[in-house]
Design a protein around this ligand. Structure first.
Ligand SMILES: N[C@@H](CCC(=O)N[C@@H](CS)C(=O)NCC(=O)O)C(=O)O
Length: 214
């Protein structure tokens, strides 16, 4: 059976779990990381030399890096649905996954860590204003694209949507200033009714609050 190592409130694990739920795969998830520890255990290091989550094992395949896992599961189990048949559609999905990794999540994770995971007395207000503005720019760009189509690659949900939309739950539930992004908000609203998204991405994150002291 497919095995996933990683705590449920890790955003990178959530990308993987959303795909698992979307494709209705049987799985076993093992809590590792955060309050569960185990990051330097021989079991984890044997599967991911970098000692990070998520990691999966599926038959003979061991895969780490959330986006590589999302692609693997989509290719293996989602042919024609999450995994588009045409290379051109897959390259669109890939472009947006790169953007999600290097721009959208990169910006949002810094905001999340400096705002939510850092105790209030250590907040750097100038930095927070800058990070909030960068996120606003990124979500505004996304909003423009979603004005033309319901999903990032076109008319249907593909693996290219997963890393982007996994950010939405925290972005829209944090106490921050946000620009008006009606197309993104409408997509998030639709996703809140998607069973796999609701179960695996809309995971409370209260126990991450103020856990990092600079
Ligand atoms: N680029 C990697 C990042 C992996 C990563 O940073 N994972 C975090 C969780 S989101 C981790 O292992 N943190 C240690 C912990 O949870 O204790 C990926 O996308 O999988």
């Amino acid at each position: 059976m497919l095995k996933i190592w990683g705590r449920a409130n890790s955003i990178n694990v959530q990308k993987v779990m959303w795909v698992v739920g979307e494709l209705d795969l049987d799985y076993e998830r093992i809590d590792v990381g955060g309050k569960y520890g185990g990051m330097d255990s021989p079991e984890l290091l044997a599967r991911n030399p970098h000692g990070l989550i998520p990691v999966i094992e599926d038959n003979s395949a061991t895969v780490w890096e959330s986006h590589a896992i999302v692609r693997y599961l989509a290719a293996q189990y989602g042919d024609g649905s999450l995994w588009p048949s045409y290379p051109a559609a897959r390259s669109t999905a890939d472009m947006w996954m790169e953007w999600a990794q290097t721009v959208l999540q990169h910006g949002f994770i810094q905001l999340f860590w400096n705002l939510y995971r850092t105790p209030v007395e250590h907040h750097d207000h100038a930095l927070l204003a800058d990070l909030t503005a960068k996120c606003a720019d990124n979500f505004t760009q996304l909003n423009r694209v979603l004005g033309k189509q319901p999903f990032i690659t076109g008319d249907q949900l593909t693996y290219g949507d997963i890393p982007i939309a996994t950010q939405f739950y925290r972005y829209f539930t944090l106490d921050i200033e946000r620009p008006s992004v009606p197309n993104v908000e409408a997509w998030y609203e639709r996703l809140t009714k998607n069973a796999a998204y609701a179960e695996h991405v809309m995971v409370p994150y209260e126990d991450l609050r103020a856990t990092i002291v600079p």
